[in-house]
Design a protein around this ligand. Structure first.
Ligand SMILES: C[S@@+](CC[C@H](N)C(=O)[O-])C[C@H]1O[C@@H](n2cnc3c(N)ncnc32)[C@H](O)[C@@H]1O
Length: 257
């Protein structure tokens, strides 16, 4: 089977773009333009077999990032395994907010793949960065990413920031689980591949965000990711707990204490 025949056949079952990405991955080429330039070349049997297995996985709904084993975030490639949430494009905005805040120290709560902590450590090399997660397996993926990308991070296994001594006036960033299982717009099949611990929270998705707000008892800046439908509830709760609301955009809320 030629390259173009494989793409044509696969595009009947999955997105054409996903099919092309799978093929470029297994052909070990960087650019999809390679597929156009070599469209009538025969695919070696072993590559076609590997691509067919991935095609079948994608047809069952497995996210492309878990098939490939990586996901781009803020221009860098992060290892992802089913133990960590796949970094989302909406989370990149937290990086822009954080850079604008010019922090001396950063605490990333719920680090997962480490995408926020590592990106900030590389974008703000003078800042001291701590990254926390309750999951051992997520922390080991984050540590691999930090090593691969050359970021210096202090990783901690902890329940949010309970009992930790934080640096003076840190920037706390947190993309904690905030999905309410009852939301009817969720793509339950695709989400079933991701760690439930990374996605869902009780109390309409707000339990962990509220608990983090309760735990913060020092002056700091706080950047939270949440669904825009949760914004007013979070603002109210944070204000009742001594935070001043600064601004919000899309999925990100910014506070000061
Ligand atoms: C939504 S994922 C975010 C991952 C990553 N920061 C990102 O933006 O892609 C939330 C992370 O919080 C972690 N987590 C859940 N409960 C926690 C807790 N009580 N304390 C610390 N981390 C927790 C999960 O293991 C998961 O890695």
């Amino acid at each position: 089977m030629t390259i173009s025949e494989w793409v044509e056949r696969s595009s009947k079952y999955i997105d054409r773009l996903d099919a092309e990405v799978i093929l470029t991955h297994y052909l070990n080429v960087h650019d999809r333009s390679y597929l156009v330039a070599h469209d009538d070349e025969e695919l070696p049997d072993n590559i076609q077999q590997a691509c067919d297995i991935m095609l079948a996985a994608r047809m069952r709904g497995k996210p492309l990032a878990y098939i490939l084993g990586y996901k781009e975030f803020y221009g860098r490639r992060f290892i992802v395994t089913p133990e960590v949430l796949i970094p989302r494009p909406e989370t990149e905005e937290i990086i822009d907010f954080a850079i604008a805040a010019k922090p001396k120290s950063i605490v990333d709560v719920g680090t997962g793949s480490g995408c926020i902590a590592i990106t900030l450590a590389l974008e703000l090399p003078k800042a001291e960065v701590t990254a926390i997660d309750i999951s051992d397996t997520a922390l080991s993926v984050a540590q691999k990413n930090a090593m691969q990308l050359g970021a210096k991070i202090d990783f901690r296994k902890n329940d949010l920031i309970e009992g930790l001594t934080l640096p003076e006036e840190p920037l706390i960033v947190a993309n904690l689980p905030y999905v309410d299982k009852t939301w009817n717009w969720l793509d339950k099949n695709s989400l079933s591949y991701e760690p439930q611990l990374a996605l869902y929270a009780q109390k309409e998705g707000l339990e962990l965000i509220y608990r983090l707000i309760d735990q913060i008892n020092i002056p700091c800046r706080l950047l939270l990711e949440a669904d825009p439908s949760q914004r007013e509830q979070i603002k109210k709760y944070a204000k009742e707990h001594g935070f001043k609301f600064i601004r919000a955009r899309n999925y990100i809320l910014s506070f000061k204490k």
